[in-house]
Write a protein of this length. Structure first.
Length: 364
């Protein structure tokens, strides 16, 4: 029994010893050669363009009266066209003074125009964004009398607009005789315009001498004193604004709750230029057949202003008079019917140019 037990233990050991052993010199089977693993590099990410600066959407406004659309924020800028009372406009910003809005205006070369803000109705509490406009730097001058802005240093060049007395201008150069100054004017070619030096008060010295294209040239008269040859003042006729008795520049209906007053400013000239302006208004009265209207008329220029009031194309007799310098003058006029003011220079000799501001208030 003991031998049988030992034999049973030995059998597995003998079987293990009999199993074939691998040869010490046999090479392992070669595996297919693989390319070396690439070194770890950061995963490239797509480069995104810089995010666009968000812009405020245009603000919708409604015109209270017919207005001029101008190429810049001021009456000296070129008129691009007219918009009627009740028309909708899209406002994209306001000038730093706050009294001019920039609007989308497809008829303009750059697609925008400017209108005076006082006749634009916008939703209550709406904030029109202030436009960041570069401030000119350099020597300045003060305008002594009303002047034409021109595209070059001479009377033969195109008129670009008007400068009013006491306007501040930034001087950028002069012509070779110092009889014309070039000034900063964003609406002009290359942002520049020319004015006659005789009517610009300045202490600036050392301005660069420029040719008619605005290119610096050598030589010229030093300093800023005008040429001994006295230049002719460049006061010109008023630009035509396209209004008429059938298409007045202003069309206002007075009421007790909405519109009680309007103010309009423009210019007329004779025998050339804008010969007359037409303003339409409909007075309001609670009980009486006549409305009580208060007029104020301020003028400047080298002429007097003639004022006529008509109804249905027929002049109203015996309504009184309205002259430059009248303030808070009360005039009774028929209520509930459109009336038309016609303003024109009074007869006289030579070019007569009148700038005016008229205010009409309907008292109840």
């Amino acid at each position: 029994m003991k031998r049988l037990f030992l034999l049973l233990i030995a059998l597995p050991l003998l079987a293990a010893c009999a199993a074939p052993q691998p040869s010490a010199t046999s090479a392992p089977t070669a595996s297919p050669s693989l390319p070396p693993a690439p070194s770890a590099t950061p995963t490239p990410t797509a480069t995104l363009p810089p995010a666009a600066t968000p812009t405020s959407p245009p603000i919708q406004g409604t015109l209270a009266i017919k207005v001029n659309v101008r190429s810049g924020p001021g009456t000296s800028y070129e008129s691009l066209g007219l918009l009627d009372a009740g028309e909708q406009v899209l406002i994209t910003g306001r000038a730093s003074s706050g009294d001019w809005y920039r609007i989308l205006y497809p008829a303009a070369p750059d697609g925008v125009g400017w209108i005076t803000s006082q006749y634009v109705r916008i939703p209550v509490w709406t904030q029109v964004p202030l436009l960041a406009t570069p401030t000119p730097t350099g020597p300045t001058g003060r305008v002594l009398q009303r002047l034409n802005l021109r595209s070059g240093p001479g009377l033969a060049y195109d008129t670009l607009g008007m400068l009013e007395p006491d306007s501040l201008v930034y001087l950028t150069g002069k012509n070779s005789t110092a009889s014309w100054f070039q000034i900063d004017y964003p609406a002009g070619p290359g942002g520049r315009a020319w004015v006659t030096a005789q009517y610009i008060q300045t202490e600036a010295a050392g301005l660069p001498v420029l040719d008619e294209n605005g290119t610096p040239v050598a030589g010229g008269t030093p300093g800023t004193a005008p040429s001994p040859v006295t230049p002719t003042p460049t006061v010109g006729p008023a630009p035509a604004d396209g209004d008429s008795s059938a298409n007045p520049a202003v069309r206002v209906t007075f009421s007790a709750s909405v519109t009680r007053q309007f103010t309009y400013s423009s210019q007329v000239s004779a025998p050339a230029g804008d010969l007359q302006d037409w303003l339409e208004f409909t007075p309001y009265s609670v009980n009486a057949p006549d409305a009580r209207l208060v007029f104020s008329l301020a003028c400047s220029g080298n002429g007097r202003l003639s004022v006529e009031i008509s109804q249905g194309g027929i002049p109203i007799p015996d309504w009184g008079t309205l002259a430059c310098g009248d303030r808070e003058k009360i005039i009774l006029l028929p209520a509930a019917q459109p009336l038309v003011l016609r303003l024109a220079p009074s007869p006289g000799q030579g070019l007569r140019l009148v700038d005016y501001v008229i205010t009409v208030r309907n008292e109840l």
